[in-house]
Design a protein around this ligand. Sequence first.
Ligand code: ASP
Length: 801
Amino acid sequence: MGWVHRRRDLGNLIFIDLRDRAGLAQIVFNKELQPVAHARAEELRAEYVVAVTGRVVRRQKANPEISSGEIEIIARELRILNTAKTPPFVVEDEVTASEETRLRYRYLDLRRAGPARNIALRHRVALEMRKALDALGFYEIETPMLTRSSPEGARDYLVPSRVHPGQFYALPQSPQIFKQILMISGLDRYFQIVRCFRDEDLRADRQPEFTQLDLEMSFPTQDAIFGVIEQVMVRACAAAGIEIKPPFRRMEYREAIARYGSDKPDLRFGMELHDVTEHFAPARETLHLEGRVHALAAPGAAAFSRKQLDELTERAKALGARGLYAIKCGADGSVASALEKNLGAEGLKKIAAAAGAKPGDLVVAVAAKEQIPGTDAAALIAGQLRLHLAEHLKLVPKDRWEFLWITGFTLFEWSTTEKCVVSAQHPFTGIVEEDLPKLENSSDEVRLSMRSKGYDLVLNGSELGSGSIRIHQQDVQERVFRALGLTEEQLRSRFGFFLDALTYGTPPHGGIALGLDRVVALLAGEKSIREVIAFPKTAKAQDLMAEAPSQVEQPQEDELELMGAFPDLPSSFWELGRLCDKLISLLDKELLLKALPVDSDFQRAMALIIAKARDDARAATRLAKAGYGPEAGGLCRSLVEAAINSEFIAQNSDLRARQFLQSTRDHNVALAKRLTLHEHPDEVMRAVSEVNMITERSGWPKNLSDRAYAIQRPSYAYDIVFFLLSLQIHATASAAAGQLSASGPSKFEMRIGRGPEWVDTSLATVFMFLAPVMTVAFKAFDIKSEKLEALSAEFKQLYRA
Ligand code: ASP
């Protein structure tokens, strides 16, 4: 039984290649011997599912291409179990279909020999890993998928809880905390082949969900952990027919950077880097060099053309190099380079010698300014060029398996986005004891020099995974969280349960996690991990076959107490929305989340106005993005009022702030309270006239249009804005809500739900009116923010476009 792979019709003889998971077999239908079966075989098309009975015979001429090539089956009977539509691509090993089509029809793609082979290999690798760990006394233990955030440096995928409205589970970025708790539980040796979820910025070869071989052990030494993984890898590689011999090599992080310009060096070839900074000293100024200079010798590349050198230079510059300097080493020992005028032939020879160049080699030197504190940019760029050149010069042997342990990492690294130190791995990584006192050091430089007990496993230039000996003392763990800037409250709410667990007799422990997808991809000789995952996602995190992610229906949304974004908004609307979000978070960061003193009436008035405007703006932005444009527009009216009030106050801040405050103050509030208690019309009337009196006494112009005209910004003229917003919003809202149908005047079709109407106008209104309120508030609190201007400029550009 199987699928029709190919059919050849020679008249009296029909040949079918029948395919199943194991491969192909040839079936012969002979018109003279079995006319009925032969007649039916004429109906067969590619991918039909059939059952054949017949006689297995030795072929006259064997086909060495297929494993069953020695035999064939002379069919007696044919049953067609199912037909098939013409597939969008031919199910052959060589496909021309795009990856997108392949993934959309993944079930057809997996019928191909290559993908099926990868899936089988994955099964065997995982099985061998399990067997190896079982033999070493590890238990496989499942940890929760619906849990709380585990910090591995990515964003969480969240799952809303229906039972607890407004609360969310996080899908695990890794089982890190749970496996440590299993050690506290005394389970001693844990492993799991486990799915992890990380919402990272999309990179070509990342999957939002991926599989790790995760393990942890109590009372370990680093060597013990390395030993376990080495045994596991021996068996995993054997499953792919690859023999490897432990122990694996080891290298310190610093050495890896210095010699290979990478924390995951590919040791299958040489071309090591050499620090030649000192040899460039005479030309440092003329060449405007900053930072260090690293060189490598590309074997036989002295013959590179001008064009090839230019390409290399472009590549280096794109990677951030200040410059790339090439020296051609002639067969006769001569050297040639544009650098000769700066360094002289002797200087060039020194560099060539330092780089270990031989006649016929090309020496490539790279200089770059330090970009991230504590990292040698030139070495990293040279490391990239080393990989590129090795590929280009075909220096990478495909049948070598160079495993390498990297140790000696730093505990923290500099985050260029967050502009602070962050964990280099995760916050549970152990710390070299002597460095512990540096945790409280306020200098970033000192903290960046702290050494961790972390390690990585590298294979052929790919990081397979990382792990560490952990922190097992509660006080140290707490100090690390503090050093990372967590407040007392964050520390308790996020990690309280874990810190608590650490206090009940935690054994020293450590572990590691390897990316199973990456391991299998390397063993299968595949570049992309998508090739070894049955149902992978695209680089845009989509499942094209199942069409996930997808919209949810409103009842489900309501049940989960969610209001999702309206998915079909044009991208320019999203950009507007993002600008509004940025504006609001700038306001939070610069003003609202800071404990600022409130001294003057101006500050008091603006504090009231800005706090309310912020919430209006956020609510309107959320509503608009959810496709409730008209409703968001309605909310914007109070933002317009806030902008008018702010600018009106700013014109004469002392007086008008006082007036504003008086018109809103306690008395007013008390009156409002009374109103809700007493419904008697007389009481209401009395209250209304009292309010009017307060307002009049305060001197604050009662009529908003008076204030609007006073600030002389016609576009703000309240009547206009109000009129436009109300009229247009209501007009479109009613138009959008329904129509008298053409078929008869008595029929009215009602439309409810969300749409793109008014979304952009509302978002633009949010920005246009929150920004001036912020400008005045920043002035009141003496906050200088160039970012506000920058955002406004961005907005103007977008809005014009
Ligand atoms: N949890 C870590 C990771 O997923 C691995 C480990 O430290 O064991 O990268």
